[in-house]
Ligand binder design. Structure first.
Ligand SMILES: Nc1nc2c(ncn2[C@@H]2O[C@H](COP(=O)(O)OP(=O)(O)O)[C@@H](O)[C@H]2O)c(=O)[nH]1
Ligand SMILES: [Mg+2]
Length: 542
């Protein structure tokens, strides 16, 4: 029979269930506190159920007869057993508690204890093929008694195969389809028996079966196996027994059921978590954020101060000694920012203005948004929170990066300053010597001490040459050095800017992007675990 075959084929696809349960466990742990508690709780329920059920092994296949009052569950149980074990409608209309019929000699006590079924019957069967079969005659799913329905739901949750028994009168009942829809994603372990086939003509039975198939398709269980039978007339019982014998011998039924549960739990989590995403941010995000950090920082102002400081230091070293002391009256541009030589600690720039603070904030949010894209909550919030968590450290980091760039670049004076400085000193000394000489000559002249011979270089007296030449050349040297210092200062400013800008990428990574990627990576771990647990994402999500 083709239907029977398909039930078994589905069972055979079950692979490495314990590993899948482990992955589901990992996913549930990662999802806890992040995703819908009900969905996480269901996954946890499946994990503990599977773990417990697997301890009983796969020898037994637990088949639950489910259905409406009078559909023939008890009669069908009796028919499969081959004798009247279960009380049927003729004698007592309802089955009050679940009855378990166990085939074979294997001890089912532990499993039945776990299933909380006290009403047990060992079937004296001459059919070894049914060894390991446990058929449960379950209270009606449309019972007026709540405890019956609860018992039915509990058993249905723990059984391996759900065998819905219905009949030509009740196959369209709301209660049946309510449960079928609830279990629609367990199609692999759902089968339907259309009972009381003896009350219909062949044509009627076919029409009925077609209609039932249409309804099952509507319920989302179009792939469920459908059998027609009559419990009392013995029709289709052989086929039903043979289907049961197949699944029992396959020893996969328990696994198939748990597998279906794990798939449902994992897929529900997958629907909550949204599509899998990358765990790394593209490089340009770091670069863009670093650029924004630079633009909102004091780097422009500070690197300009570095140029000014350079020029100022150059003037102090190589300027015209006669006038250079004047410059020292004004504060040093770098010292004013607490960046002068020998300084350490933070820059004393004015606190981040609101516009720049907002700019940094927007850039961080932008990076967070880039990271989450279409991912549903809670990740956008988690990622944004992680991205903004280190704002204080980020601003300090930006400042110390800038400070370091300036301090590193202004640690030592440029080499060319030394000879120029020496030359400037020499010229100054020459000028002083010349002036002193002239003073001596003047004093001698004033007191008419007679002519003191003055050496000449060409037409120029040496003391005059020394005084004027020293002054003039010193002044010219200062001008040339000043020009060069302008170029040097600009270069230093550019270097400071470049160093700090490059280091800003690390700052952006450390305080914003790494925390974002931590969240992304835990999400990636979750989606990865779900994939390995067999999750199917809703269409359009992947
Ligand atoms: N004609 C006919 N009657 C059936 C068949 N199966 C069960 N019945 C009758 O339907 C009534 C309800 O059966 P029962 O097994 O107690 O249904 P349950 O409430 O689902 O357990 C009883 O009177 C049965 O004799 C069948 O295949 N054909
Ligand atoms: Mg009954």
């Amino acid at each position: 029979m083709s239907e029977r075959q398909s039930l078994l084929d589905r069972g055979r696809t079950v692979a490495a269930l314990p590993e899948r349960i482990d992955h589901l466990r990992e996913a549930a742990a990662l999802a806890k506190g992040r995703l819908d508690p009900d969905v996480v709780a269901y996954a946890e329920h499946v994990i503990s159920k599977a773990t417990e059920r697997l301890t009983f092994g796969t020898h037994f296949s637990v088949v639950a007869m489910l259905g409406a009052t009078g559909s023939g569950k008890s009669s069908m149980t009796n028919a499969v057993v081959g004798s009247d074990i279960a009380t049927t409608g003729a004698r007592r209309p309802t089955t009050n508690s679940t009855l378990a019929c166990v085939w074979g000699d294997e001890d089912a006590t532990a499993l039945l204890d776990w299933l909380e079924i006290r009403n047990r019957h060992r079937v004296d069967s001459d059919d070894p093929l049914l060894n390991g079969l446990i058929v449960l005659d379950v209270p009606d799913h449309d019972s007026v008694k709540v405890e019956h329905r609860l018992e039915m739901e509990r058993v249905a949750e723990h059984a391996d195969l759900l065998l819905f028994i219905t009949d030509p009168e009740k196959y369209a009942d709301a209660a049946l389809h309510h449960y079928l829809r609830l279990l629609s994603r367990h199609g692999a372990v759902t089968a339907v028996v259309l009972n009381k086939a003896d009350t219909l003509t062949n044509d009627q039975l076919q029409a009925c079966r077609t209609d039932l198939a249409r309804l099952l398709l509507n319920d989302g269980v179009g792939n469920a196996t459908v059998l027609t039978a009559s419990a009392t007339a013995g029709l289709g019982i052989k086929e039903l027994r043979s289907m049961l014998a197949d699944v029992v011998n396959d020893k996969q039924l328990a696994l198939a059921r748990l597998d279906a549960d794990a798939t449902v739990a994992a897929s529900d989590l997958a629907a909550e978590v949204g599509p899998p995403t990358k765990k790394k941010l593209p490089k340009h995000v770091a670069e863009e954020l670093a650029t924004e950090l630079v633009n909102a920082s004091s780097l422009k102002e500070v690197s300009e101060a570095a140029a000014k400081g350079y020029r100022r230091d150059a003037a102090a070293a190589m300027g015209w000694p006669v006038t250079r002391w004047v410059r020292k009256l004004r504060p040093h541009p770098l010292r004013r920012l607490h960046l002068g030589s020998g300084s350490s600690g933070p820059i004393s720039t004015p606190a981040l203005n609101p516009a720049n603070a907002a700019r940094v904030n927007a850039a961080i949010r932008n990076a967070a948004e880039h990271a989450t894209g279409e991912i549903p909550e809670p990740w956008p919030t988690l990622v944004r929170t992680a991205a903004l968590a280190n704002l204080g450290q980020l601003h300090t980091g930006v400042d110390s990066t800038i400070a370091k760039a300036v301090r590193d670049r202004s640690k030592t004076d440029p080499k060319w300053w030394t000879p120029v400085k020496a030359l400037q000193g020499l010229l100054f000394v020459a000028m002083l010597v010349g002036l002193a000489w002239l003073l001596v000559l003047a004093v001698a002249g004033f007191f008419a001490l007679g002519d003191i011979p003055v050496p000449m270089v060409g037409p120029v007296p040496v003391p005059t040459g020394l005084a004027l030449g020293g002054a003039l050349l010193g002044w010219l040297l200062a001008i040339v050095a000043g020009r060069l210092a302008r170029v040097g200062g600009d270069r230093r400013s550019r270097r400071v800017h470049k160093d700090a800008s490059q280091a800003m990428v690390t700052i952006a990574r450390t305080y914003v992007l790494d925390p974002i990627e931590m969240e992304l990576s835990s999400r990636h771990q979750l989606t990865d675990a779900l994939k390995k647990a067999g999750a199917r994402w809703p269409e359009g999500l992947v």
